[in-house]
Design a protein around this ligand. Sequence first.
Ligand SMILES: [Fe+2]
Length: 411
Amino acid sequence: MKLLGLFLCVTLLFLCPFISQADDDSKSDPQQVHVSLAGKDHMRVTFITEDKEVESVVEYGKQPGKYVGKAFGESTNYGYLYYESGEIHHVKIGPLQSNTIYYYRCGGNGPEFSFKTPPSTFPVEFAIVGDLGQTEWTDATLSQIKSQDYDVFLLPGDLAYAGSLSQSLWDSFGSLVEPLASQRPWMVTEGNHEKEFYINFRSYNARWKMPHTESLSDSNLYYSFDVAGVHTVMLGSYTDFDSYSDQYQWLEADLAKVDRETTPWVVVLMHAPWYNTNEAHKSDGEKMRKAMESLLYSARVDVVFAGHVHGYERFKRVYNNKADPCGPIYITIGGGGRSLAPPFKKHHSKLSVYRESSYGHGRLKVIDGKRAHWSWHRNTDSNSSPGDEFWLESLSASSSCWPSSRSKDEL
Ligand SMILES: [Fe+2]
């Protein structure tokens, strides 16, 4: 008996260092990995470690396990009442080749991930949906998105629905989306549920760093980026937008720089829709529409996507509440999974083409400088038979929208 006791003691003494080592390893393992576009030919890798001493480093290469590239970044963390975040690392890597799979490892430890960079020329495909949340319907939306390839994911606000007092929901959301967001760039803008009491956008800004510096914006709440021939602008519904605001001035300058020869398509995303016939959030985007609509119209923006209303609605080309062949098409795509908006009422605007309160996501497949195909996929639809679809023509190809007396640059 004494011998058995001695044996157990020695065995435990021998194992203890390994048990503690295993514990240390899991604390330094990267969690909640996601990637985003970070300026020309670069991507930003974001990951979180419990261990605050882990280096902000990403090793990467075009073959599994062979990391010829290595980049260092920065890290941050925050606390709120009893909650302490892990260390949130952001590492910008590149230059990278387009349309290429890269294998990467975060923090010098843990498993290998891979992502594909977007193409530099058409065609390019965006998957789009807002108001994701973390429900069984979110699971259904994500698995349907994953079942068909895409190049870039666009999320027009309302991600984790954490709320200031449920900060750990940010972590569970990060883990939920990691299988997709570690493989393709996820580009997001903020919704009202990112605001949070007393800590305005602190969690969102710390975790979802977007290329605002790269697009000369002073704020992570609005920015732009180019993919293939598409200039995409992400606006902030919950920061100042009047004509004296930084966002307005930035948007004006950003749109003025767009060259429709290099980027024939201009797409804008925001959270609160400017056009909406659902009872939910009826006029939430109205102030912003009044302040900024003429900027988008003058720039001949092709499509505007929004979330906030948890359903789907597609409008005609519109400007100032009237059908206008030179205005953007407005699409609400907020049925990501959080909950559903009330059914649309029978009487509705003639500007609205299709509307339905169902879960689902959208696909914008830009074929070339002139044509793109839009499809909306309910979670219950098969990929081959979407709930709504149509072909768009870029306004850059519409001569009647560019008065001959004024060049595209002047508008
Ligand atoms: Fe919202």
